[in-house]
Write a protein that binds this ligand. Structure first.
Ligand code: ZN
Ligand code: ZN
Length: 280
């Protein structure tokens, strides 16, 4: 054991050579990590207890560290995500499954029709008001719920699992008629009958669940051009569809999909874009 004098001497020496620890760590990469790992593996219960006992202090410490090293920390996370796309996808998949499982009482199925294809399932605000809430939280509802649960240990109440079709029908019954400006309902039904009046994949013909889908990759571009003027947007779709049908005998740019198949397609596109982003 070192005497007090030696300790204070080494303390003084360290103060005079403040970069020593950093240089040593760089010269021995992984040493401390490995050392901590071995210590932890030898007595995991002790460290777990230690953490629970001093949770608040650890949190404060980490918060302070994060505030001082925000850029660096985010860069490390981004790099990790880029090199571990499979883990990231599994994390989101498992998180979403946990949420769906909890809010469907373990059935992982739609509360109305019993649809159990997880690709079709969505989270629903039982009492409505979802649009406003989603704007407030600014991220997918399922991940917000998961985050709340991890933070507080309690699942927020007032949510259920619905398939995208039943969610769409419910939303339409709640405010579909109210939201549609004058003439919109007619315009939409004209477009639907041009496009075959049913889902191009499964043939569902309930208009409350049908969505117009862009076959090209110009959907968001086109929507941007008509932002704030939804009537002109649908008018444009109608004219374009008419023109294409008279030219080619079918519509090249749009098709009708039920909400379920629309959701499935959107998710595929998202995964594709994410993969592309990770590669670049
Ligand atoms: Zn359903
Ligand atoms: Zn369908």
């Amino acid at each position: 054991m070192k005497t007090m004098e030696e300790l204070s001497r080494s303390g003084r020496w360290l103060r005079q050579n403040p970069d020593y620890n950093k240089i040593w760590r760089e010269a021995n990469p992984g040493y401390i990590k490995n050392y901590n790992k071995i210590r932890y593996a030898a007595n995991p219960d002790y460290y777990r207890r230690q953490y629970i006992e001093h949770r608040e202090e650890y949190r404060k410490m980490h918060k302070k560290w994060y505030a001082e090293n925000k850029e660096h920390s985010n860069q490390v996370s981004r790099n990790w995500a880029r090199t571990h796309p499979e883990e990231i996808r599994a994390y989101y998949r498992n998180g979403r499954l946990a949420v769906l499982d909890h809010y469907s009482n373990g059935t992982t199925a739609c509360a109305i029709c019993g649809e159990d294809n997880v690709g079709f399932l969505t989270m629903d605000h039982i009492e409505g008001g979802g649009k406003k809430h989603l704007r407030e939280i600014g991220r997918p509802l399922a991940f917000w719920l998961l985050h709340q649960y991890r933070k507080t240990g309690v699942w927020p109440k007032g949510f259920q699992v619905l398939c995208a079709n039943d969610n769409s029908i419910k939303r339409f019954e709640e405010n579909g008629y109210k939201l549609a400006p004058n003439g919109m309902t007619k315009l939409r039904s004209k477009i639907r009958s041009l496009l075959g009046d049913c889902c191009a994949i499964c043939g569902l013909d309930d208009h409350r669940a049908l969505h117009i889908e862009h076959l090209g990759n110009d959907g968001s571009e086109e929507r941007k051009r008509f932002v704030g003027n939804i009537y002109a947007y649908y008018k444009h779709i109608l004219e374009k569809a008419k023109e294409e049908i008279s030219l080619f005998g079918y519509c090249k740019s749009y098709q009708l999909l039920c909400a379920n198949h629309n959701l499935e397609k959107q998710m595929k596109v998202q995964i594709k874009e994410q993969t592309k982003k990770n590669k670049s």
